[in-house]
Write a protein that binds this ligand. Structure first.
Ligand code: RFL
Ligand code: PHB
Length: 390
């Protein structure tokens, strides 16, 4: 087989890139290790920045998001089990965020790929990238029991944190930066009406978050020890713990119900530099991970593929490779902003194993400062809603 671009990974980064290339008539093939059902079954992100909303619309896959997504102009932060601070995102920053589940977006992207007749191969095993610094890179894999090879001009490594693309960049060239946090998030989905606004909560017992998917589907999280398993958390224990960490005026409005999904995610910050090596370009979780606290992971995946698609389109249309040459630096500037913000929100809102009374007071003072200062809230809102593309 031969194509212009091989995209490794059919998560949101890979599939959105596929849509953007398709609209520019750039020939490409998408290889995914898992089955379609497996990818659609992963419950992950819920919040899109408006820049991401615009990219999704420009890729021609925004119709259902615009119909069913819920634009939020505010979020709340609580602490001490009593304080509840609204952050007026729209008023302070001029922008809102969109609540629309990653699962729904993934579904829309697969449907659009089907309609366009995109070559999208699921259960592609043993994907390996070859000769990425030569003029004739290729990708080999096994599919339906046969060994396959695709010759191409560029490879987009959109294969997430556990993919193969990043490791193709040699050790002497690749630099990695990492912080692993000493706790996880236990998340549940329940078929109950969500609160009208997100609530992020700092509490001596640990962080909690009330989020949403749609008018009859809620998403809630509590910070938990890393060695906990979902078996340790009955639904009753989950609701009791959540309610212990949020003000009564919030819990009074929550309708509880059985969980329909329950999972534990570890938290880490991770960046690999550079995001380009020869004809290989990394995008999304393949190059960086942020803790979910700032709701930035999916948004970074979208902004990476936006930049990469523009660079590839200019290359193929005009023979101008300046965008490809700039890609890594441009993407990393946005990445590090999000890494910094996600780290600071995580540090502000979580209980670390070595947290003392001193640390707790410092966190609460910072939250009181946020409550008392329009400048501080404006800065928070500006970072939460995300940067515009320049
Ligand atoms: P993905 O989604 O991991 O997709 C990568 C795909 O590549 C495939 N793959 C391979 N394919 C072929 N060959 C190989 N060798 C392969 N190795 C892997 C995988 O099977 C997979 O299908 O990465 P992508 O596309 O970069 O997308 C990134 C996002 O999924 C991620 O950043 C977000 O989910 C993070 N995130 C959030 N982001 C937000 O912007 N807002 C949020 O509110 C938000 N909440 C969250 C989150 C992530 C969470 N978890 C579980 C980590 C909440 C949680 C709990
Ligand atoms: C979610 O709804 O899954 C969600 C929302 C906000 C976050 C993280 C996750 O910061």
């Amino acid at each position: 087989m031969q194509t212009q671009v091989v995209i490794v990974g059919a998560g949101p980064a890979g599939m959105l890139l596929s849509r953007l290339l398709d609209r520019a008539d750039i020939d490409h093939v998408v290889l995914e290790r898992r089955t379609r059902e497996y990818v659609l079954g992963r419950i992950r992100a819920g919040i899109l920045e408006w820049s991401a909303v615009d990219v999704i619309r420009s890729a021609g896959v925004g119709a259902r998001m615009d119909r069913e997504g819920d634009a939020h102009d505010r979020l709340n932060i609580s602490w001490g089990g009593k304080r509840l601070l609204p952050i007026e995102l729209a008023e302070l920053s001029g922008r809102r965020v969109m609540a629309y589940g990653q699962t729904e977006l993934q579904h829309d992207l697969y449907e659009a790929a089907d309609a366009a007749g995109t070559t999208l191969l699921f259960e592609a095993a043993d994907v390996a990238l070859h000769d990425v610094t030569s003029d004739s890179p290729s990708v080999t894999f096994r599919h339906n029991g046969a060994d396959e090879r695709i010759d191409c001009q560029f490879i987009a490594g959109c294969d997430g944190y556990h993919g193969v693309s990043r490791a193709t960049i040699p050790d002497g060239i690749r630099q990695e930066f990492e912080r692993v946090y000493p706790f996880g998030w236990l998340g549940i989905l329940s078929k109950t009406p969500p609160l009208p606004h997100l609530v992020y909560s700092n509490h001596e017992r640990g962080f909690a978050l009330c989020s949403t998917r749609n008018p009859m589907l809620s998403r809630y999280y509590v910070q938990c020890p890393l060695d906990d398993t979902t078996d340790d958390w009955s639904d009753d224990r989950f609701w009791t713990e959540l309610f212990a960490r949020i003000p009564a005026e919030v819990s009074d409005r929550i309708q509880t119900g059985p969980s329909i999904e329950k999972s534990i995610a570890p938290l880490r910050s991770f960046v690999a530099e550079p995001m380009r090596h020869g004809s290989l370009f990394l995008a999304g979780d393949a190059a960086h991970i942020v803790p979910p606290t700032g709701a930035k992971g999916l948004n970074l995946a979208v902004s990476d593929v936006h930049l990469l698609s523009l660079a590839l389109i200019t290359h193929f249309r005009d023979g101008n490779s300046a965008g490809l040459d700039r890609y890594s630096d441009q993407a990393l500037a946005r990445v590090w902003n999000a890494v910094r913000f996600s780290w600071s929100m995580t540090t502000l809102l979580h209980r670390f194993p070595d947290t003392t009374g001193f640390d707790q007071r410092i966190q609460e003072r910072e939250l009181e400062y946020l409550a008392g200062s329009v400048a501080a809230r404006t800065s928070f809102a500006e970072q939460y809603v995300g940067l515009r593309f320049s």
